[in-house]
Each structure stands twice: as C-alpha cells, then as structure tokens.
Design a protein around this ligand. Structure first.
Ligand code: AMP
Length: 229
C-alpha cells in the first residue's frame, strides 16, 4: 500500500461493516461509532423500530423480517438515502447491515458520489457457520438498552435481566432455527458477492470474527485511525 493510501485508510470515516448475521458487527459498529464520534446506522434496527411504530415501511418490512428474508431493495434504498442525507452523517458514518445486495451497494456509491464523497473502507467480519448458529440461537437482547448477551458464553448474572441496566431480556423473533437458516442462505446468495465488488474497488479488509469481541475490536482498530486511543 502506498503512503497516500495508508493515510486515507487511517482517516477512514465512511465505513461499511459486512458479515453474516451473528458475526458481531452490531457490537463492533457501536464501539466504532462511540470512539470515532460518527453515527451508527443499523438498517435492521431502523426496520425493527419502524415495525414497532407501525409506520408504512414497518408494515411493509415486517413479513420479510420475520421470515428471515431480505426486505426489497426499493424500500431499503429509500430508507438509507433519507438517513444518510441527515446532517449528522456529513462527516462520516458506520453502516451495519447495509448494503446487503449489489444493487444496494451501487445505489450507495451513486448517492455518495452525488454528494462529492465515497466510502473509505469496508470491513468484512468472517465467522464459521457453526459459531453463527450457536451465537444467534443463544442470543438474548435487552429491551431497554439493546445490549446482547449469550446464554452459553456470556450468560446474564441475573436470569432474564440485562447485566448493564437490569432491563428485560428477549429473543429476537428471527433468531429461531428456521429464520436463521433463511438468513444465512440470504447472506450467502445475496450479500457475499459484495466482497468481490468492494475488493475490486480496493476497499475490502477481512477480519477474523471467530475470536472474542475485544480481540476483534483491536484488529478493526488497526485499520481505523479514529480508533487509536
Ligand atoms: P439485522 O438486524 O441486520 O440482522 O437485520 C434484520 C432483518 O432486517 C434482516 O433479516 C432483513 O429482513 C432486514 N434487513 C436489514 N437490513 C437490510 C438490508 N440492507 N436489505 C434488506 N433487508 C434488510
């Protein structure tokens, strides 16, 4: 890598986290957002909120989400354009769960280009299928603060209660075996082609996500200047 490229990567502020469900990208995205002072944009989170508020987008997305299928591109592209157009995204963002198809990636590139910018880096968190299934089926989230726990590897100190805030823990509707299988298939078929897409643009960095979250965060940090403390 030449010096200019290294400096560019160290200043990376517009980023995408790629990876299968359960790879830990939500947790890593939250950390990056806090340290780099940029918004964390999770499209899954946006859709779950829209579904809970019963907005038009929420109503349209609900069925796909429960089945573990991808929500159609037109809905997603409009949702993300609207979000990225907001003032807090002007100096960067970390996208978590978007793009998930090549059409979404192309539209993101076009949108950023229209605004005179582009993505700086795409981090792909790679995890074995068995680890993903174990993580997702044992995952429990806090209704109040969103923190996740794992019943096997990181069980809550008090059963059913969040370690961080004491809130109620719940299981996501799409973390059941049937929906997990559909989500993994969707990732393999529709999202993995993005690795070739971004690799071709010289933006892809692969991270081994089979390790503990602190170790993964350290490796991510080595790619992002804003994470150096
Ligand atoms: P996540 O929280 O990222 O696992 O997303 C939960 C669900 O929301 C997915 O299984 C999809 O149904 C939907 N979803 C989230 N992001 C996207 C996207 N970029 N494209 C299509 N569907 C999405």
């Amino acid at each position: 890598m030449d010096l200019i490229k290294v400096v560019d990567v160290m200043n990376a502020q517009r980023m995408v986290l790629l990876g299968p469900p359960g790879c830990g990208k939500g947790t890593q995205a939250k950390r990056i957002a806090e340290k780099c002072l940029i918004p964390h944009i999770s499209t899954g989170e946006m859709l779950r909120e829209a579904a809970a508020r019963e907005t038009e987008v929420g109503r349209q997305a609900k069925g796909y989400m429960h089945a573990g299928k991808l929500v159609p591109d037109e809905i997603m592209i409009a949702l993300v354009k609207e979000r990225l157009g907001q003032a807090d995204c002007r100096h960067g963002f970390v996208l978590d769960g978007y793009p998930r198809t090549v059409d979404q990636a192309r539209s993101l590139d076009a949108f950023l280009q229209e605004h005179g910018t582009g993505l700086d880096i795409v981090l792909s968190i790679e995890v074995d299928e068995q680890t993903i299934i174990q993580r997702l089926s044992n995952r429990r989230l806090c209704r109040s603060c969103g923190r996740d726990h794992n019943l096997v590897t990181q069980p809550p100190r008090v059963e059913g209660r969040c370690d961080a805030c004491g809130g109620e823990l719940y299981q996501r509707a799409d973390d059941d075996a049937k929906a997990i299988a559909v989500r993994l298939q969707a990732y393999e078929r529709q999202t993995t082609p993005l690795k070739t897409y971004y690799d071709g643009a010289g933006m892809l960095r692969k991270i081994d996500g089979n390790r503990g979250m602190d170790e993964v965060a350290r490796e991510i940090g080595s790619h992002l200047g804003c994470l150096e403390s």
